[in-house]
Design a protein around this ligand. Structure first.
Ligand code: SF4
Length: 279
């Protein structure tokens, strides 16, 4: 059994919170350069120029990429042959979040859902655990902005609605969302499982790097098909029209009950801040 000290987790998480909010990931930047080159409309090109200027300014100045520095969302792959010493891993991740958001001068967005009283340290973080083989701990972090999260939906389709029904729901959702989730967006789709598991699948799909299709060739084909259809909507960057309404589509699919077809659509904005660390 391998041992990881809780303090290592606190440090790594605190660093991730700050750097993810400051530096747009390379996979996202690369895709934006490609999309900008393909755009013909001056407005769309100008939005991509501003997005680039924003990521350069954030990196140079140390200011966050967006004023909404998000709820801290983590997906943790916990090896079955590793144990954490000194603190419970959930407490360590929350402590790292607290420290990162404080030391990085990042806005604290977590609040009581009814009183709206701010918890003042951006905790509790949203943490999902997976137990995996091995002796490593892999932590995926996402700073999830409220604007794009608010445009996300879960629904239970009838099984007979199939792929046609899934496509219709996703396209309608992105169309209704319009400029609200700060497009271009990345659309994470969870198909199958149960009501709550489909939402988790959608969230997990957003942790996959931009430009990395599903390892299942048939699902990869569906991702490409949906991306093409979504970009025909013409909403464009920041809703000003153009070829890039979405810059990536990810699908995660699992078996479900014979009577159900759960579907979740989790939208990520252009400030697609994600990072990962392995300990
Ligand atoms: S949706 Fe994204 S880009 Fe828009 S305000 Fe929220 S975090 Fe910022």
């Amino acid at each position: 059994m391998r041992t990881v000290k809780a303090e290592q987790i606190v440090d790594a998480v605190a660093k991730m919170c700050v750097s993810a909010n400051r530096y747009l990931p390379e996979d996202v930047k690369k895709r934006f350069e490609e999309c900008a080159a393909a755009e013909e409309s001056p407005a769309a090109k100008e939005v991509f120029r501003q997005i680039k200027e924003n990521w350069e300014l954030a990196a140079e100045s140390g200011l966050p990429l967006c004023q909404d520095t998000g709820l801290a969302v983590y997906i943790v792959e916990m090896g079955e042959d590793v144990h954490v010493e000194g603190m419970n891993i959930r407490d360590a991740i929350n402590e790292g979040t607290r420290r990162g958001y404080e030391e990085g001068f990042l806005r604290k967005s977590a609040c009581d859902p009814l009183t709206r009283a701010n918890t003042k340290d951006n905790t509790p973080a949203i943490i999902h655990f997976d137990i995996v083989p091995g002796d490593r701990i892999k932590i995926f972090f996402m700073a999830k902005g409220g604007g794009s999260e608010n445009m996300s939906r879960v629904t239970m389709l009838a099984p007979a609605q199939g792929w046609a029904g899934i496509k219709k729901f996703v396209i309608e959702r992105v169309a209704e969302a319009g400029p609200n989730p700060c497009p271009p967006t990345m659309v994470g789709i969870g198909i199958g499982g149960t009501f709550e598991y489909s939402a988790l699948l959608a969230k997990k799909s957003l942790m996959r790097k931009v430009g990395e299709p599903s390892s299942d060739p048939e699902i990869a084909r569906l991702e490409a098909e949906l991306m093409e259809d979504l970009n025909k909507l013409g909403i464009g960057p920041m809703g000003l029209g153009g070829k890039t309404t979405v810059f990536d589509v990810k699908i995660e699919m699992r078996p479900c009950h014979i009577a159900s077809l759960p579907l979740a659509v989790n939208i990520q904005c252009h400030s697609a801040r994600h990072e990962e660390v392995e300990l």
